[in-house]
Design a protein around this ligand. Structure first.
Ligand code: C2E
Ligand code: CA
Ligand code: CA
Ligand code: CA
Length: 279
């Protein structure tokens, strides 16, 4: 038994070793990914139910790693957050989303709002407002065509820092949306202290809504409460007609999901916006 225990220890520590090496390797690759142009943004349309039109798009980060292939953000954003690399990466995302949106407006497409995911680490920078301001100036995008998606947990954990910062961003004319709402157990009343205009219901609630009465009840309650606080609501991960029908009858404002469109490359998105304009 003793020997066995020793073996397990050895296996255990070599696992830790290879995990450390793997993380270190990925960190180094991520460090070089910006200058090597390995990042790309995809854009997923956000559809307004009331008058059947696309009002916005969410920018979603993609990493084309030369050795790993296409890496999901779920597999590298956590490491980027821990190592602080999310700061330069997040700045690149903001710049690229604003630059791209302005280019489409200049090409004559009807202006839409681009939403960008913001990590806690980014919001904790004292000069975050100045960063956003200078990116908006550099790209010449009107602030009202930018929305920042901040997760419920980030907003609540940082309520004190967030408050002033979000207020300043709001005064600039930037839209603020609370992302992944419903999984953090915070109350909307608390979030309402922040200068936000929209909440996004997490896709885990939408997913089971047509089969699970509890999830449907939660979605209904969130929509009703948000509306009573004069917030608009987006449902993410909408995949079926049944989900769409429930959300329509509950007067959910915006929907996003595979039922409408998967995330598109910039070129596909340009063609998408163009095609809905002609209709
Ligand atoms: P999120 O902000 O909740 O984004 C929604 C995710 O759901 C996206 O995954 C999107 O592709 C996916 N999705 C869209 N429609 C559907 C659907 O109908 N069904 C299902 N099952 N999924 C759908 P993605 O692109 O893999 O991004 C995962 C997460 O990575 C995002 O979750 C966000 O938290 C993070 N992320 C992505 N881009 C960025 C970024 O630029 N900065 C930061 N900080 N985080 C990012
Ligand atoms: Ca999001
Ligand atoms: Ca989510
Ligand atoms: Ca459930």
């Amino acid at each position: 038994a003793k020997e066995n225990g020793k073996n397990q220890m050895e296996i255990y520590s070599s696992d830790i070793n290879s995990m450390t090496i793997e993380r270190f390797t990925m960190e180094n690759e991520l460090r070089k990914a910006i200058e090597r142009n390995e990042f790309e943004l995809h854009y997923q349309p956000q559809f307004q139910l009331e008058n059947n039109r696309t009002l916005g798009i969410e920018a979603l980060l993609r990493w084309h790693s030369p050795c790993r292939g296409l890496v999901s953000p779920l597999d590298f954003i956590p490491l980027a957050e821990e190592t602080g690399l999310i700061i330069p990466i997040g700045n690149w995302v903001l710049k690229e989303a604003c630059r791209q949106n302005k280019e489409w407006i200049d090409l004559g497409l009807p202006p839409i709002i681009v939403s960008v995911n913001i990590s806690a680490r980014q919001l904790q920078q004292k000069n975050f407002v100045d960063i956003v301001k200078s990116i908006l100036e550099e790209s010449d995008l009107p602030p009202s065509y930018l929305c920042l998606e901040i997760t419920e947990s980030t907003a609540i954990k940082n309520v004190e820092i967030s408050m002033d910062m979000l207020r300043e961003l709001g005064e600039l004319g930037v839209n603020i949306s609370i992302d992944d709402f419903g999984i953090g157990y915070s109350s909307l009343a608390m979030l309402k202290q922040l200068p936000i205009s929209n909440v996004k219901i997490d896709k885990s609630f939408i997913h089971d809504m047509d089969m699970d009465k509890d999830d449907a009840a939660i979605v209904r309650a969130i929509i009703a409460m948000a509306h009573s606080l004069e917030l608009t609501v987006t449902a993410e991960g909408v995949e079926t007609e049944e989900q769409k029908d429930i959300l329509t009858s509950e007067k959910c404002n915006f929907v996003q999901g595979y039922l409408y469109s998967k995330p598109l490359t910039a070129k596909e998105c340009y063609e998408y916006i163009q095609s809905i304009t002609i209709k």
